[in-house]
Design a protein around this ligand. Sequence first.
Ligand SMILES: NC(=O)c1ccc[n+]([C@@H]2O[C@H](COP(=O)([O-])OP(=O)(O)OC[C@H]3O[C@@H](n4cnc5c(N)ncnc54)[C@H](O)[C@@H]3O)[C@@H](O)[C@H]2O)c1
Length: 442
Amino acid sequence: MPKRSSRREIAPANGKLGVMLVGLGAVSTTFVAGVENIRCKKALPIGSLSQMGTIRLGKRDENRSPKIHEFVPLAELEDLVFAAWDPIPDDAYTAAVKAGVLDRPHLEPIADFLKRLRPMPAAFDQQYVKRLQGTNVKRGKSKRDLAEQLREDIRQFRKTAELDRIVVIWAASTEIFLTQGPAHQSVQAFEKAMEQNDPSIAPSMLYAYAALMENVPFANGAPNLTVDIPALVQLAEQRGVPIGGKDFKTGQTMMKTVLAPAFKARMLGLSGWYSTNILGNRDGEVLDDPESFKTKEESKLGVLEYILQPSIYPELYGNVFHKVRINYYPPRGDNKEGWDNIDIFGWLGYPMQIKVDFLCRDSILAAPIVLDLALFFDLAQRAKMSGIQEWLSFYFKSPQTAAGLYPEHDLFIQQTKLKNTLRWMMGEEQITHLGIEYYEKV
Ligand SMILES: NC(=O)c1ccc[n+]([C@@H]2O[C@H](COP(=O)([O-])OP(=O)(O)OC[C@H]3O[C@@H](n4cnc5c(N)ncnc54)[C@H](O)[C@@H]3O)[C@@H](O)[C@H]2O)c1
């Protein structure tokens, strides 16, 4: 019989779950329209681990591999209700048509549903996203005032949609690069800085603050600092609310976090990794601004350093030239092309090259991540897991961790961590992959 620890107490997923999306652009509309198509049985939730994935329980010869959504008490897709904020007033149908990700057969039959999703005015400031101009914007005396308006939006949505629970996901544009400063060090300093309109408080931080004050989990799908500051980590812990980020791990970086661990596993050296992208959606336009690109660049560059551990393997990874470029190229729309040229070396130092050409669809890769994050953050909240949810690193390019811990980037270690956390929640045995008992019979 499998050994079981005690099961975590998890409140049931009764009632409706509100998913509040900051940003109603390509990713958000692809997510919402996708969920509705799936609910209407017109498509499958491909790419969603929570919906399609299974989890092995116990020993291999027990043959227990339920679907994840049958194993842990997740909200049902039927129970999701959506809301969004965006400085551009387009409803979800118009925004989806403009984004050009989904074809008409996935939009027309649900056009009325999408048209009903109109974005609430955003807490937006062009200082933080230079290439955007918005008209659907909140006005307020101070940043604190804007945060209070966002809190009121959350409360109103809870009431009018008769929701049981809510999660907030940042799927809005990448803000300019910010580093931690004095205003980010404590909740008190943060609140004072909001009142004083301190420039180190970005709009994304106002949404995160508002969510936490309303006891709502917050996940950050972009590389902005946002909730990755001591003040908001403290607030999340104080209020018992889950948080996490940063930056959905989708195309090129997902491939990087698969390939780099393979080189390291086989002790193959790396001398250079050149990654370049062309994309033509609004995200690409925003990232064409050097200050927003810098935020993205930091998020994409960190990955190799942590996976390869050059200080432990100086002969193999001590001298890696790593470059990441993103080029805005309108004809491609959301259909990004990412090229990687990888210079590796093997036995006696002989060089080899690998080329990856990933013709991907950005938002098609991101939408199932939004779904899984909404469901797993809600699960974490019901399981009373507060603060940083490192077990969801699987979904992020630049995973947020406790102070002093380095992030785990290897996709398969992240997957093991996620599944072991689900086993732990449900009181199932951890899978160690030892398996010696199949060979050394007692
Ligand atoms: N594969 C992917 O698509 C992928 C992967 C990782 C991260 N991301 C990130 O996800 C985010 C969304 O990507 P997208 O392709 O949907 O971009 P998009 O430009 O289509 O949509 C972003 C939306 O956010 C809105 N916005 C900007 N500032 C806002 C604010 N302060 N409040 C509310 N709304 C605001 C914009 O008006 C826009 O409609 C970007 O930051 C992107 O870098 C995307």
